[in-house]
Design a protein around this ligand. Structure first.
Ligand code: IPM
Ligand code: MN
Length: 353
């Protein structure tokens, strides 16, 4: 029997609920495919910060480092000022563990209504590869004369040759394994320094993969095409902030944030990768059982795939896909099942094979 050590950070709001449901489903996959999940829960997030002032103590960071992978629910609560938990916890883990890829599939599952009339599953199946450690997220910049009429704020986008190259290489490999089509999404007509670096790296990597079809789209046009014709994309590689924004739009196209999964990957394995639904903590519905756990279940599937459990990952995806059409709504009070019940229904579906 194989064992995978999972660190679990339920976090804030609906985070713990959706994570628990995802674990119910993932454990069922373990039973069927011959592995156990050895989980350790970490109490991190807004409540701990408000009670103790701690966001991510160094000792906890070192414990997390020893896990095989991390499952995260959601972070953020209105009582904590913006940036404290995001920078202190989520981005700190992405940066310290060098989780340089943020993998975000945008897939319309059968039976799920898209807000785009007439969109069929075959018309929407793309993989977002978002650079996850640089760009405008790096924290470079500063303020001068704060609070005066002369104040100045700068926020700089950092793009290193190494950071861009490893991200583009990863995306190209994924594209080769899929439909063989890679799109760079940027704003090279305005961001001429960063855009030039990204474009040159894409051109170089394209030359290493002769069979790969490579093209380019401006990020504003990407927003238009994502709504108009998402089928034109296969793998889309982009920087940190563009990736953040366009994948939220992608989530809407695929039926809502309750369905959007992500993996923060360290492909070299020098630290554990971290898997989380794209949605936030939704404090307004916390504890009501109204959160759709499918995004967390699909994130757990990405986790299992990363841990080498490809069959289990596929079974989780298939089971979630089979259960979705039975829900009355994709989230909220109209689902017909609670968050926990959906976890159980997916688990039962997996057990039945
Ligand atoms: C995401 C989130 C985070 C981000 C926030 C919470 C810092 O929006 O994972 O997409 O901007 O990356
Ligand atoms: Mn986001």
């Amino acid at each position: 029997m194989r064992t995978h050590e999972l660190a679990v950070i339920g976090g804030d709001g609906v985070g713990p609920e959706v994570t628990a449901a995802a674990l119910t489903a993932a454990r069922a996959a373990g039973q069927r495919f011959g592995f156990t999940l050895d989980t350790e829960e970490y109490d991190l997030g807004g409540e701990r910060y408000l009670a103790t002032g701690e966001v991510l103590p160094a000792s906890v960071l070192e414990e997390l480092r020893r896990a095989d992978a991390i499952l995260l629910g959601a972070i953020g609560t209105p009582a904590v000022p913006p940036g404290v938990l995001e920078r202190g916890l989520l981005l700190k883990l992405r940066f310290d563990f060098d989780l340089y890829i943020n993998l975000r599939p945008v897939q319309l599952l059968p039976g799920v209504p898209s807000p785009i009339a007439g969109l069929e599953p075959d018309d929407c199946d793309l993989l977002g590869v978002r650079e996850n450690t640089e760009g405008l997220y790096a924290g470079a910049g500063g303020q001068l004369y704060r609070g005066t009429p002369y104040e100045v704020a700068t926020q700089e986008s950092l793009n290193t040759r190494r950071g861009v190259e490893r991200c583009v290489r990863f995306a190209a490999e994924r594209a080769v394994a899929r439909d063989g089509h890679l799109t760079l999404c940027h704003k090279t007509n305005v961001l001429t320094y960063a855009g030039d670096l990204w474009q040159r790296v894409v051109d170089e990597v394209a030359a290493e993969h002769p069979g790969l079809q490579v093209d380019y789209v401006h990020v504003d046009a990407m927003c238009l095409y994502l709504v108009d014709d998402p089928g034109r994309f296969d793998v889309v590689v982009t920087d940190n902030l563009f990736g953040d924004i366009v994948t939220d739009l992608g989530a809407a196209v695929q039926g809502g944030l309750g369905l959007a999964a992500s993996g923060n990957l360290n492909p070299t394995g020098t630290a554990p990768s971290m898997f989380e639904p794209v949605h936030g903590s939704a404090p307004d519905i916390a504890g009501k059982g109204w959160a759709n756990p499918v995004a967390a279940v699909l994130s757990a599937a990405l986790c299992l795939e990363h841990l080498g459990e490809a069959e289990a990952a596929a079974a989780l995806e298939a089971a979630a896909g089979a259960v979705l059409p039975r829900l009355g709504a994709m989230g909220g009070p109209g689902m017909g099942y609670s968050t926990a019940e959906i976890g159980e229904v997916i688990a039962a579906e997996i057990a039945d094979g």
